[in-house]
Write a protein of this length. Structure first.
Length: 229
């Protein structure tokens, strides 16, 4: 329960969520007049309060069955629910995500940035693990940044270094199979910004790795040939 904030209202709410269910049932009973229960056997009272409160509370449960039914339909992929949005806003990334769905599993390298943003999109849309998600959230939920180590800085070096030897070391360190380069990677590693003064260096990838996917603004390199330690 401890974290950087000293409290987590949403975590605490989830922690005692079951209590809210009991309070909801208790509230239905409390609304009945005391006399109803004083003079009426409990068995006779049940139809009244069951029909009033809890049945009304089950409205959401009943209506939520249809949109949630995909959980019971293995033939349909729940990821497809996001495709209309992806196709409209990020058509090239959507095509790359579709390709990654059928590709061999492996760790993806993608740019790292702030929370509630486009960052970590590749892992989110493909279902494959990446090296690092949102650093702020990682730090919050893990109680600090120790586990993240130098991951963010290493990813910046992977994209920006012009040295293939240095890039290989990072690929091996995190057992990276796919190097993802899209518009976000290019804008995040633009020249004269932050720790990437020379900008993204893609030459080392296409000279030494196989181009596994290319569509519009997105290129995915297969680094499986770089042996993991």
């Amino acid at each position: 329960m401890r974290d950087q904030f000293g409290w987590r209202i949403n975590t605490i709410f989830k922690f005692y969520y079951q209590a809210w269910l009991l309070w909801a049932i208790g509230g239905c009973l409390w609304q009945r007049r005391a006399a109803d229960f004083a003079v009426t056997p409990l068995g006779d009272a049940l139809p009244g309060w069951v029909g009033d409160g809890p049945a009304g509370g089950l409205t959401y449960t009943t209506l939520s069955v249809c949109p949630r039914r995909m959980a019971f339909a293995p033939s349909r992929d729940s990821r497809s629910m996001a495709l209309p949005y992806l196709d409209r806003q990020y058509p090239d990334d959507a095509a790359a995500a579709r390709w990654l769905w059928t590709a061999a599993p492996g760790v993806v390298a993608e740019s790292v940035g702030g929370s509630y943003s486009e960052y970590a999109r590749v892992a989110t849309w493909s279902g494959l693990p990446n090296v690092l998600g949102w650093p702020g959230h990682e730090s919050q939920w893990r109680g600090g940044a120790r586990e993240m180590g130098s991951r963010q800085a290493d990813l910046e070096r992977l994209y920006c270094t012009r040295s293939w030897e240095e890039a290989q070391q990072i690929l091996r360190k995190y057992n990276i199979r796919y190097v993802y380069i899209g518009n976000l990677e290019r804008s995040s590693n633009a020249p004269n910004q932050g720790s990437c003064p020379s900008g993204l260096s893609e030459d080392k990838f296409w000279q030494n790795l196989q181009q596994a996917f290319q569509g519009g603004s997105v290129t995915i390199y297969d680094a499986s040939s770089v042996a993991a330690p």
